[in-house]
Design a binder for this molecule. Structure first.
Ligand SMILES: [Zn+2]
Length: 317
């Protein structure tokens, strides 16, 4: 049977759209898995190469990308290290223990902050004692934990390679966590020699944020931007808010040297920020052709950016 893997990469989606059912049925490893390793990683400095689940890359001085290539989300969390403390921007799937990896990368105290609270970004939150949270109902609800979204991440075709030793798929769930401190737009975190500032960018979810390190020109964009089809179809997504948020980010582009998104590939050029505005505005104006997918969704590609939206016009407007 033909299935659309819940993957965030153009190649998998292109294959899912262009292959007939029989070709898919004969495939042994998931299509998305065949796109790995992604060539963009060749130029990045890999550290802790022996970890069986996480691939860790030093993407900028004091900034590590913690990439999970064995699961179709290909989620990326970031550890940002200052002279006094470190901030972990997202905690990944919760399939392997991210805290153990973080401990190998820094001896400083670590505070967690999430780009948003979808399950694939908060899986390790419960492992940490200090977790910031945005002051939204969506955040509070997700902090109670859940099982269904986590279980879907293990559906057939979602895993590439082996799950970690000792991992029990049957009991896999997003564990509840405690928000130590509620934070808001403009909140600054001084890590010692490095200051991060929260930019509230609702749209993908009500609690979506970006983080900016102005002195170093780094913009961490979570799921507001990553270099693959951007998911904007869930009920908690608000397209009006998303447009306002990406316009805000485009205004910041002159201050940014590197854009660091939360899936597939950790580095992008700041020129993607104005392109993101052009693309979403064009899609909403109805000038971009929809490529329908199963499940009432459609892909819209323009200006080098792809969005995954609800297929019906109401989903676009
Ligand atoms: Zn998300």
């Amino acid at each position: 049977m033909r299935t659309l893997i819940k993957a965030k990469m153009p190649i998998a989606l292109a294959l899912a759209m262009s292959w007939g059912p029989s070709a898919v049925a004969q495939t042994i490893s998931p299509d998305w898995c065949k796109a790995l390793p992604r060539p963009e990683y060749k130029s990045l400095e890999r550290v802790l190469p022996s970890d069986p689940w996480f691939e860790v890359y030093k993407v900028s001085p004091g900034v590590f990308a913690l990439y999970e290539p064995h699961q179709a989300e290909e989620v990326i969390s970031y550890l940002i290290v200052g002279s006094k403390q470190a901030l972990l921007f997202d905690t990944g799937m919760g399939i392997a223990n991210i805290q153990k990896v973080v401990t190998q990368l820094t001896s400083r105290p670590v505070v967690v902050l999430n780009s948003h609270t979808h399950n694939d970004h908060v899986g390790g939150n419960a492992l940490f004692t200090f977790v910031y949270g945005m002051d939204t109902d969506f955040t509070r609800q997700n902090a109670k934990g859940s099982r269904d979204d986590a279980q879907e991440e293990l559906a057939p075709g979602m895993i590439c390679g082996n799950l970690p030793k000792g991992f029990d798929p049957k009991t896999y769930a997003t564990k509840p966590w405690h928000v130590s401190l509620f934070v808001h737009n403009g909140f600054k975190i001084n890590l010692g020699g490095r200051t991060l500032e929260i930019i509230s960018t609702p749209g993908h979810t009500p609690d979506a944020i970006c983080l900016i390190d102005r002195a170093n020109g780094l913009l961490f964009t979570g799921d507001t931007y990553y270099p693959a089809p951007i998911w904007l179809y869930r009920p908690e997504t608000n397209l009006d808010a998303y447009v306002a948020s990406v316009k805000w980010l485009a205004d910041l582009a002159p201050q940014v040297k590197l854009v660091l998104g939360a899936h597939n590939i950790p580095v992008a050029e700041p020129s993607v920020l104005p392109s993101l505005v052009t693309a979403i505005v064009a899609v909403r104006a109805g000038t971009v052709e929809a490529k329908p997918l199963e499940g009432g969704k459609a892909l819209y590609t323009t200006d080098g950016i792809t969005f995954l939206l609800r297929a019906e016009p109401a989903g676009v407007k």
